[in-house]
Design a protein around this ligand. Structure first.
Ligand code: MOS
Length: 748
């Protein structure tokens, strides 16, 4: 069966500008907050002179550590683990360059910015500790939390990994470096906050309206039910809007203090520091194999800037079978850097770069095809021994190899040239944990013949809104046009009931769609009951009333539900239901095989993407158009890490020196090619009745390795530090091929 496909139902609103993002909100009496950030990387504020700024036109107030806003407490729960725990303007200490030191609120945005320029901050500066290269020399075990991140994994418990590696016929050991990376979603963090007595309404783009409301309630010291988050459109998030950051906290607190609606929009440069980013990591991979390629030992030791990035646990624990496994994470001491948080495929992006590069290096050492090496080490169960629910990774390899033309690949580097361009092919595996959470959906039949399907999840560009409409339509037997999906509002599905998981962990579709099926069933039963019992119903008292495609049918009558509601003078028939819990008897993951072709200029070292094929096994594909879009975006997100993205920290100041979109390089259309995305479409009905697994992050996983492996195949140069830039390729060229170097040095 061909999977369904449909363009985004909100596409027109988005391209015509009709879609209202947070910063587009204009409320009567609204005033503007402008963030002022520190110009030192470590130290303390000695004095803040705001006198001139306060006297400037239109200024209402200037909040600083000396005149702070009122917060009740810092973030709690997961947010305290994955986001900034220090409240803004809490004290005079400066922990990193770009930390918020003041919020200027004025009648207009221009007045706020103008006044901000008049603030004089005197600092006592200390040398910042901002170098990951230095910090990684002195790592320590991560804090203990109830999360699995950071726990050493050793199988068997007493494995001597070094001995197992030594006992392997062929072994490699390599270190891979991943720099900091910033989300840089198109829409910056923005919030418009307004209080009515002690209740807050806040328009703030978020991946999880309920979580955002709960976190804001915690920091503001009010009941979660007193905070209403409205976020129908989110201009990209990638993990950067999963938790609550200072801009929305400050907008809310300032609006409370000033009794005016307040808008705060973080500037593009400020996004690099006042919100989270992906921290740097350094990973050492040791792989030991028999001559036939079977892995005897896998060692994956990581030093991370933040335990959020645990690539060993996230990646290596679930890729390949081996009798000897040793995964460890250490983290650097606190550095004077902005706070690290989750970012699309946290741990997995970095981990798959390291593991899948190392597998490529092992394939070279074995003289074996990289696909064959992976197939020989196929994994059937997870670490706990649970079988995977539905895994067609080997078919991904086969189908991908055929579509891509892998058989034309020449294993020897520099074997294929086109003029000045060296042509290479590489591949990598992508695996991403799948799952879902229980959530409640409301389905409402209305007299106008429309049915509403509502949940508080978010559509951060994923296509969730469209998928909700499609699944609602198929569950109710209605055309998509007669479904009104609703999301992005913490009061959904109904005021007070809120168990929405939000759009995180590539699990929103698998979470929300089974609940749509369950509520549609409940709503239909309620509608039938209504038809049989309601005053004015032509079917009152009838036997065997059934619902079919929007109509109630019995005794030779067929009545559209809209008409029934009109006849019975009923405004709505509404039902809620929650999805069942996840079946814990299996492990769940999505899979893809990536194939990449690059052309590297022999003289300039410029590596250009020329082809990319990915074959995806992510369960049922509920909407090919938006699923393809997610995979394409994910692949480009991963390739961006390979090609150009890198947050650069200036050593003596701790300043992020490329904190803007001119210097922080992102791939543009000219850097990309159409990505060939193919779905296998095996519904994972054990995961959920809709059979869909996650796809939001999967494309990102492994993409950088596929690119770097292709560069190796093209040039014979192995780049182990992202991004793969010309300077690295040319430097290695000057010193001889990477493998020759390590052969001289011998194993570490
Ligand atoms: Mo994603 S990093 O789970 O928002």
């Amino acid at each position: 069966m061909t999977p369904p496909t449909r363009d985004r139902i909100d596409a027109r609103a988005k391209v015509t500008g009709a879609a209202t993002y947070s910063a587009d909100r204009h409320l009567p009496g609204m005033v503007y907050g402008h963030l002022v950030t520190s110009t030192i990387g470590n130290g303390r504020i000695v004095a803040i002179d705001v006198d001139r700024a306060r006297a400037a036109g239109g200024v209402l107030d200037i909040f600083t550590p000396d005149h702070p806003l009122t917060f009740a407490s810092g973030l709690k729960g997961l947010a305290a683990v994955f986001a900034e725990t220090r409240l803004p303007l809490a004290d005079r200490e400066i922990h990193y360059h770009g930390q918020i030191v003041a919020l200027v609120v004025a009648e207009t945005i221009e007045q706020a910015r103008d006044a901000a320029a008049l603030i004089k901050v005197t600092y006592e500066a200390r040398p910042p500790k901002s170098s990951f290269e230095e910090a990684k020399r002195d790592p320590a075990p991560p804090p203990v939390t109830d999360l699995p991140l950071g726990r050493p994994i050793r199988k068997p418990d007493d494995v001597d990994i070094e001995a197992a590696l030594r006992a392997s016929a062929v072994r490699i050991e390599r270190t891979y470096e991943v720099p900091p990376r910033h989300h840089n979603m198109m829409e910056p963090h923005a919030a418009v906050a307004v209080w009515e007595k002690d209740r807050l309404t806040i328009y703030s783009g978020t991946q999880g309206p309920v979580a955002h409301a709960t976190e804001l309630a915690t920091v503001l010291g009010v009941q979660p039910s007193a905070v209403h988050v409205i976020s129908p459109y989110v201009g990209g998030a990638f993990g950067g809007k999963a938790f609550t950051w200072a801009p929305s906290m400050l907008a809310a607190a300032a609006a409370r203090a000033l009794r005016r609606p307040v808008k705060v929009v973080a500037g593009r440069e400020q996004l690099f520091t006042v919100t989270g980013h992906r921290g740097a990591s350094s990973q050492t991979l040791g792989l030991g194999a028999a001559r036939d390629g079977r892995l005897n030992a896998i060692k994956h030791h990581t030093i991370s800037q933040s335990f959020v990035e645990d690539p060993g646990y996230r990646t290596t624990a679930k890729y390949y079978a081996t009798p000897n496994l040793d995964i460890r994470l250490l983290i650097t001491p606190d550095m004077n850097l902005p706070t690290a948080t989750i970012m699309r495929a946290p741990g997995d992006e970095a981990g798959s770069f390291a593991l899948e590069s190392a597998m490529d290096e092992l394939a070279v050492a074995l003289g074996m095809d990289p696909i064959e090496l992976r197939v020989r080490n196929h994994l059937e169960t997870n670490l706990e021994g649970l079988p995977y629910s539905s895994k067609h990774l080997e078919e991904c390899y086969r189908v991908g190899a055929r579509r891509f033309g892998w058989s034309r690949r020449r294993p020897r580097p520099r074997a294929v040239t086109e003029g000045d361009w060296l042509v290479g092919m590489g591949m990598a595996t992508a695996i991403l944990d799948a799952g879902r959470a229980p959530t409640t959906v409301t389905v409402t039949f209305r007299p106008n013949g429309i049915a509403t399907v509502a949940n508080a999840t978010s559509d951060a560009g994923t296509g969730m809104l469209t998928v909700m409409a499609m699944i609602g339509a198929s569950a109710l037997g209605l055309p998509v046009e007669r479904i009104k999906p609703a999301l992005g509002d913490s009061r959904l599905p109904v005021k007070g009931i809120n168990d929405s998981y939000g759009a995180v962990g590539s699990a929103a579709t698998a979470t929300v769609t089974p609940a749509i099926l369950a509520s549609a069933e409940t709503a239909i039963a309620k509608l039938v009951e209504h038809a049989v019992t309601a005053d004015g119903s032509p079917l009152r008292g009838a036997d065997g009333v059934r619902y079919e495609n929007g109509r109630l049918i019995a005794a030779g009558k067929s009545i559209p539900f809209g008409e029934l509601l009109i006849l019975t003078r009923t405004a709505e028939v509404e039902a809620q239901a929650s999805s069942a819990d996840l079946d814990q008897s299996h492990a769940y993951a999505s899979y893809a095989a990536h194939f990449c072709e690059v052309r590297v200029n022999r003289w300039t070292g410029e590596a250009r993407l020329s082809r990319f094929t990915t074959v995806v096994d992510a369960g049922a594909i509920l909407n090919t158009a938006t699923a393809r879009n997610q995979i394409t975006g994910g692949v480009l997100f991963g390739l961006a890490a390979a090609m150009c993205e890198e947050g650069r920290v200036e050593g003596d100041t701790g300043r992020i020196s490329n904190a803007n979109l001119a210097d922080y390089l992102l791939p543009v259309n000219a850097d990309t090619v159409p990505i060939d995305v193919h779905f296998l479409d095996y519904p994972d009905t054990r995961l959920s009745p809709t059979g869909a697994r996650g796809i939001g992050e999967l494309g990102t996983v492994g993409a950088a390795a596929a690119f770097a492996n292709a560069v190796y195949n093209a040039t014979g140069e192995r780049v182990r530090r992202l991004p793969v830039t010309p300077d690295k390729l040319l430097a290695q060229e000057a010193h001889g091929p990477a493998d020759a170097q390590s052969a001289r040095r011998g194993p570490k």
